[in-house]
Design a protein around this ligand. Structure first.
Ligand code: GCB
Length: 585
C-alpha cells in the first residue's frame, strides 16, 4: 500500500505586531472602529500573547480593547473556503474583516473559526479587526468582579493569547474526524467517524481513502466510494484493524497517523492527518485501567503562566517544562483550570503524559448566586463541548474534569453537573468524567462522577504548620470518602504548601522550602498506604502570577519550581518519591 501524498492545508499566520487600542468607555463599536480604524494613533502590541505584561499601562486593564492589522491572501485561494481561526482569545471576541462582521465568541480557552471567503480580497491586502473584552462578571465562566476580585486564583490575562490564522480548505473536505480505539489481544481496533462536507452547488462523487500510517508504512487501509448531494455533509463510519499494534502508554507513547484523502474525478482533493494512539481507559473495581493495567498518576496540576508571555507558553518553555517533568519521574498532569493550548497537549501525546483535561469552569462558588443559572449552564455546556471536540482524539487525555472546586455542598450544583456531564457524554461517551472537589465529606455530588478527585490543604489553610495533625486528618478523610464510594478510584488532584524560594527554616516552618518538602513527603506516604488512591498531583508545578491580595505575595508560591523554573528544595524530594512509585500498581 502506498502512502497517499500529503498537502498541508495552506495557512496565513497572523502572529506579529498588531495595532492596539484600549477602549475603557466602550465607544469603539458605536464609532465603528472596525470600519476604518485610524491606526496612526494606536499603540502596537504582539499577538499571540496577552496585553497585560507588554506595557505597564495595560497590566491591570479589564475592559474592551481593539486589535487590527493588514494581511494579504494568495490569489489562488479564491475558489476555497477560508476560515479565520482563533485558538484562544480571553474572554470575549468580535471579529470583522474588511469592515464586515464575521461573528463573536465567548470563552478564553477554546478555539473558534468564522467563514471569511465572502469578504476577502484575494491577491490583495485585507484588514482584520478584533474587539476583545476581558470583563468578568458573576456569570462569566470563570466568574469574577475585577482583576483582584476574581473567583479563581490566577492572574486574569486578557487578549489574543493563542494563534490566529487564515486557513484555506477545499470546498469538499474532511470536516471532522473521530477516532476510538480498543484492544483485542495484540491487535488495535480503530473505529473512525469521518465527516465530509460538500459545499459546492453541485453533487460530487469520488472516493475517500482512509489510511493508518505508522512511520513510513501504511498498516491499515479502507477505500470508500462517496457521493454527496450539493451543500450537504455525510459521516462515514469505518472500522480498521492494526495487527500487532504498538499500544500507547507513558513508557511507550507510540503515535499513529490517520490520513483521510479525498479524490474526485481523478483529481486529488483534501488530505487531513489526525494523530492518535491505540489505548484503552476504563474504570473498574476502583481502579483506573490503562490498556487493562491499573495506573497511578504521579505529577502536577499546572498553569499556563510565564513572565511577560502570560498565558502564552512558547514552544521553548513547553519543551523545558516537559523535560523537567520527565526528569522528575512524573507521568501525569491536570490542565488546571482551563484547556491548555494545542502544542501543550501535543507534547503530552508525544511524551506519554496522562492528562486530566479540565474545562474553564473554575470558581462557581461564593459570589455566584445560583449555580444552576441557565446562562451559566449554557456557557458551561458550550465550553465543555468545544474543549472535547478539540481534544477527543488525544491518547493523553484520559478523563475530563468538568469543574474545579465548585460549591458542591449546594443542591443546585447537582443540576449544573448533570448538564455538563450530559454534554460531555454526548460529545464523547468513551472517557470518564470527574470534577475537583474541595468539599470532601460535605460534597453532595460525588455519586455523579466516575472518578473522585479531591484537593487537600490540611497543614496549610487548616492545621497550619502542623503536619502531624494534617496527616491524621487526611488519612481519616480519605478513608471515609472511600467507605462511601468504594467502587470509585480517588485521585488527590491538589496538595501543596507555599514556599518562597530562598526561605529556609529548621525545624521546617510554613513558607520555607523545607516545610514544602516535608508537606509533600507526608502526603505521599499517606497516598501510598491506601490501595484505593490512584494518584497525586502536586499543586503546583511552578509558581504563578495571581491578583493582589493579603494572602499572596504577587505569585502563588506553591510551585516546586519558581515562576522562571528554578528548582526549590522539593524538587529533589519529589524526584525520589516519584521514581520510587511505579506507574502500575
Ligand atoms: C485550590 C485551587 C487553586 C488554588 C489553590 C491554592 O484549591 O483549586 O486554584 O490556587 O487552591 O493555592 O490556594
Amino acid at each position: 500500500m502506498k502512502i497517499e501524498p500529503r498537502f498541508e492545508r495552506e495557512k496565513v499566520d497572523l502572529s506579529g505586531f498588531w495595532h492596539f487600542k484600549v477602549d475603557p468607555e466602550k465607544k469603539g463599536e458605536e464609532e465603528q472602529w472596525f470600519e476604518h480604524p485610524s491606526v496612526q494613533r494606536w499603540d502596537k502590541i504582539y499577538a499571540p500573547a496577552p496585553w497585560n505584561e507588554q506595557d505597564s499601562e495595560y497590566t491591570w486593564y479589564m475592559g474592551t480593547a481593539w486589535y487590527t492589522r493588514e494581511f494579504s491572501i494568495p490569489e489562488d485561494w479564491a475558489d476555497k473556503i477560508v476560515l479565520a481561526v482563533f485558538e484562544g482569545v480571553n474572554y470575549e471576541a468580535k471579529v470583522w474583516i474588511n469592515g464586515v462582521s464575521l461573528g463573536e465568541h465567548e470563552g478564553g480557552f477554546t478555539p473558534f473559526a468564522f467563514r471569511a471567503e465572502k469578504v476577502l480580497k484575494f491577491g490583495d491586502s485585507n484588514r482584520i479587526v478584533v474587539m476583545v473584552d476581558n470583563t468578568l462578571t458573576k456569570k462569566t465562566v470563570p466568574p469574577g468582579e475585577g482583576m483582584n476580585e476574581t473567583y479563581f486564583d490566577f492572574f486574569h490575562y486578557g487578549g489574543i493569547h493563542r494563534e490566529v490564522y487564515l486557513l484555506s480548505v477545499p470546498k469538499v473536505h474532511v470536516k471532522d474526524v473521530t477516532i476510538r480505539t480498543d484492544i483485542k489481544g495484540k491487535d488495535g481496533l480503530i473505529d473512525v467517524d469521518i465527516e465530509v462536507l460538500n459545499d459546492l452547488e453541485e453533487e460530487c462523487a469520488g472516493k475517500l481513502t482512509i489510511q493508518v500510517i505508522d512511520g513510513k508504512e501504511v498498516v491499515a487501509e479502507e477505500i470508500v466510494d462517496l457521493s454527496l448531494a450539493p451543500k450537504t455533509r455525510k459521516t462515514v463510519d469505518k472500522k480498521l484493524t492494526v495487527s500487532n499494534a504498538r499500544f500507547w502508554s507513558p513508557e511507550s507513547p507510540h503515535l499513529y497517523t490517520l490520513r483521510t484523502s479525498l479524490a474526485f474525478g481523478g483529481n486529488r482533493g483534501d488530505v487531513k492527518d489526525t494523530r492518535f494512539g491505540v489505548r484503552t481507559v476504563k474504570i473498574e473495581n476502583g481502579k483506573i485501567l490503562l490498556n487493562g493495567r491499573p495506573v497511578f498518576l504521579k505529577g502536577f496540576a499546572r498553569h499556563e503562566d510565564f513572565p511577560v508571555l502570560g498565558k502564552t507558553l512558547h514552544g521553548a518553555i513547553l519543551r523545558k517544562d516537559y523535560g523537567l517533568m520527565k526528569e522528575i519521574g512524573s507521568n501525569s498532569f491536570r490542565t488546571s483550570h482551563y484547556p491548555y493550548s494545542k502544542s501543550h497537549l501535543d507534547l503530552a501525546d508525544e511524551n506519554g503524559f496522562l492528562v486530566i483535561l479540565e474545562t474553564p469552569a473554575v470558581g462557581l462558588r461564593r459570589g455566584v448566586e445560583r449555580l444552576d443559572d441557565p446562562e451559566i449552564i449554557k456557557r458551561v455546556r458550550r465550553m465543555t463541548r468545544e474543549m472535547i471536540l478539540r481534544d477527543k482524539n488525544r491518547p493523553s487525555v484520559i478523563m475530563y474534569s468538568l469543574f474545579n472546586e465548585p460549591d458542591s455542598t449546594r443542591e443546585e450544583f447537582r443540576t449544573i453537573l448533570k448538564e455538563a456531564k450530559e454534554e460531555a457524554r454526548k460529545t464523547d461517551p468513551t472517557r470518564p468524567v470527574t470534577f475537583a472537589s474541595s468539599k470532601h465529606l460535605d460534597d453532595k455530588a460525588l455519586d455523579l462522577v466516575d472518578v473522585l478527585c479531591h484537593n487537600f490543604y490540611y497543614g496549610w489553610y487548616s492545621y497550619s504548620g502542623d503536619l502531624q495533625e494534617a496527616e491524621k486528618v487526611l488519612s481519616e478523610t480519605l478513608d471515609e470518602i472511600h467507605k462511601r464510594h468504594p467502587e470509585k478510584p480517588i485521585i488527590i488532584t491538589e496538595f501543596g504548601a507555599g514556599a518562597i524560594a530562598g526561605v529556609h527554616k529548621h525545624p521546617p516552618e510554613m513558607w520555607s522550602e523545607e516545610y514544602q518538602a516535608e508537606f509533600i513527603k507526608t502526603y505521599w506516604k499517606v497516598f501510598l498506604s491506601k490501595d484505593y488512591v490512584a494518584g497525586g498531583h502536586i499543586w503546583n508545578f511552578a509558581d504563578f502570577r495571581v491578583g493582589q491580595s493579603t494572602r499572596r505575595t504577587t505569585e502563588n508560591r506553591k510551585g516546586i519550581f519558581t515562576r522562571t523554573r528554578d528548582p526549590k528544595l522539593s524538587v529533589g524530594v519529589v524526584k525520589k518519591l516519584f521514581k520510587n512509585t511505579p506507574t502500575y500498581r
